[in-house]
Ligand binder design. Sequence first.
Ligand code: ARG
Length: 259
Amino acid sequence: MSKKIIALIVLGMFVMALGLAGCGSEKSAAPEKKVIRVGSETAFAPFEFQDEKTKEYTGFDMDLIRAIGKQMGYEVEIVSMGFDGLIPALEAGNIDVIASGMTITEERAKKVNFSNPYYKSGLTIVVKSDNNTIKSFKDLEGKNIAVQIGTTGAREASKVKNAKVREFNNPPEAFMELKAGGVDAVINDKPVNDYFIAQSGSKDAKVVGEPLTSEDYGLATSKKNAELGEKINKALDELKKNGEYEKIYVKWFGVKPAN
Ligand code: ARG
């Protein structure tokens, strides 16, 4: 055999070995898990909050998005951040979904895609238990109002004449300021207000008046990822049909969903 042929055979064997090695390493690697990164502001009980013992994120939204992930064959990773940072994070591609009691609004829908509504909500006013002057929206005129930054509650408070609106990172901080006497009222989502008052034994605070708004919560996805949005809607539909959605709803609210 000529040296040339031997060289070619050796080269051929070398290339084959490389190819085989490549296959081998691919096969032995763990199958890649599909993960969706879910952004949430996690001081919003009973929708998202940290379990004191396990430190896990828990709540209605957390159960729902995990069930949706499971239905789609994805693992869910919760990323906790400020509420006003959620849409920018989605736009920047740092998260894939927002599950954060987020109200579907026209303004937000210009930036993100919303799923079908998954929870009916609205805003209410919370005052101290011994406050007998604030009974409705018009009584808020000229008062100090606490809200969570970037929320529909903040938007509603901005409509009150001569009011001083103070923005907090989350509703618990706004409630604390109410308790301390720093503000006269909190405007925030009804189910969160009701849960807070029930938890605190209704000694410090009370809800006054009728709900100010009617709002629907939706899960938000990037406009660049319409496919994920569709998958989420499909999974949500399936969970509504197979009773899983109702189970999660009853677990957190003690009653069946209205529709
Ligand atoms: N529903 C209100 C909104 O969309 C408040 C949501 C706040 N959510 C939260 N996880 N902190 O503006």
